[in-house]
Design a protein around this ligand. Structure first.
Ligand SMILES: [Zn+2]
Length: 212
């Protein structure tokens, strides 16, 4: 990804104007006034094993501003929204993970090629940068295509992703596993199990938003 200068951005904004998801003000995905001036921070949630807990910034509702942004980020080829995440992601976590590595949930290779990017990888790279932790994107691999989880029940989700991930040796004992959204935890649970079978001791999930 190359960086655009101010001039390039101005031209892009003229061609493809962006609007605040809440107040429709032009030139921003989500303006400062709407998202509040408070620093965003991640909150800790208990989860069933093998995850050791979940860190999430927001709650997820598809009609909320954040939900809408995440949908666009995921499905509308809006990788430019990543600029917003870079600005918003916290530089501290509510758990002690000084020597952790950051690992994204992988997409199946064909899906990543079609979409052009993996949203979890983009979020993970920014998060690792903010926390000054190593980012190890190729630790996990999705070894088969899975159905989109959105319309599946909890049990169907668990079956859909069972055995879908393999892991290289975990890069550190503590791992921060990154995705965009956490719903039933089926995907993150499978990834955490694969990491723990390969040397990880604790695996914390990190997502932008947690479904309710
Ligand atoms: Zn606004």
């Amino acid at each position: 990804m190359f960086m655009l200068g101010r001039f390039g951005k101005t031209i892009l904004n003229c061609l493809f104007p962006i609007y605040c998801v809440e107040c429709r003000r032009e030139g921003t995905w989500w303006c400062r006034a709407c998202r509040g001036t408070q620093k965003q921070s991640a909150h800790f949630f208990e989860t069933p094993s093998p995850l050791n807990g979940l860190l999430a910034i927001w709650s997820y509702h598809s009609e909320s501003p954040v939900g809408e942004l995440i949908q666009q980020f995921k499905y509308n080829h809006s990788s430019a929204i990543s600029e917003l995440w870079a600005e918003i992601l916290p530089a501290e976590l509510p758990v002690a993970v000084a020597s952790a590595s950051v690992v994204p949930v992988p997409l199946y290779s064909r899906r990543e090629r079609e979409r052009g990017y993996n949203q979890a990888k983009i979020i993970g790279r920014f998060l690792a940068g903010k926390l000054q932790l190593p980012f190890i994107p190729d630790t996990l691999k999705r070894v088969r295509a899975t159905r989109q989880q959105a319309r599946l029940s909890r049990l169907e989700r668990e079956e859909n992703v069972r055995g879908a991930f393999i892991s290289r040796p975990a890069p550190s004992e503590d791992v921060i596993l990154v995705d965009d959204v956490f719903t039933t935890g089926a995907t993150m649970g499978e990834c955490a199990a694969a990491l723990k079978a390969n040397g990880a001791r604790r695996v914390f999930g990190f997502v932008l938003a947690k479904g309710e």
